[in-house]
Write a protein that binds this ligand. Sequence first.
Ligand SMILES: Nc1ncnc2c1ncn2[C@@H]1O[C@H](COP(=O)(O)OP(=O)(O)OP(=O)(O)O)[C@@H](O)[C@H]1O
Length: 288
Amino acid sequence: MDASLRQPLAAPVIPIGADAGTGPVLRALAADAVAAVALQGVSWGPKGQDDILTDISFAVPVGQIVAVCGANGAGKSSLLRLIYRHHAPRRGEVRLMGQDLWKMGADAAARQVAAVLQDTPGELDLTVRQIVALGRLPHRRGWGAGFARPEAGAAVEAALERMDLAALADRRFATLSGGERQRAMVARALAQEPRVIVLDEPTNHLDIRHQLDLLHLLRGLGLTVIASLHDLTLAAGFADRVLVLHGGRLFADGPPAAALDEAVLAEAFRVRAVVDRSGPRPRFSFHL
Ligand SMILES: Nc1ncnc2c1ncn2[C@@H]1O[C@H](COP(=O)(O)OP(=O)(O)OP(=O)(O)O)[C@@H](O)[C@H]1O
């Protein structure tokens, strides 16, 4: 494998804030921009156990669309949990819009970063509209007061509309299909009006039309998007940049054609891959 792919390469490395420390990612930074998300030397593992993620550093510019790829158990969900403030790093630092994620409150973080997760609680006895309205929670002032404000209702209705859920808004969430639930969870994230949206396998449960629709919509939001994806063809078609995790380390980082080359795929996924580069985006075929 091209040795340069082992380190963050073509994707721009940008500052994570004026007071941002001195690690190699930070020293290489241009002067003025603030990264939407930046990790510097981050390691994480469950309490009392070895690291699952080791020494991860990258910075995501505002508005970039990033796919996180890697084999089962490579650490994709764990990495996303660090970004949406579910896991605190064991070492290193996670910054959101230039601020240390763990020095801001949970609500302040949730006003900036929304997460769409793989397993949605189907047993909740709430309607789709009520589920989507939960996205307004970080914006409430005092107990529940934010829900009553007209802009809260408008954000919820806009999110329902955007995810093509208006007709299902009064249905009980528990009665939805897997794909409809997934769209409702994306609508909840949109109602949150975040700057960064993190999605763990967002195309799970979606038929091919809804997969393409969702990725197209995510690209059109004008937000910073970080999504784990198993389907490398979708990742290559959707993302500006691909992070490949392997054994809990950042193994490749770059535009799809560079980060998803044959040598990376052979090592990170233990498959032989043929990459067809004849079109605008790479296409893959795989063999054992
Ligand atoms: N809280 C935890 N306690 C113990 N082990 C954990 C914990 N969280 C993750 N792991 C382990 O860390 C490794 C990485 O898990 P993670 O869910 O991040 O991988 P992934 O790349 O998202 O995998 P997949 O593609 O299968 O969803 C796995 O071996 C998993 O079992």
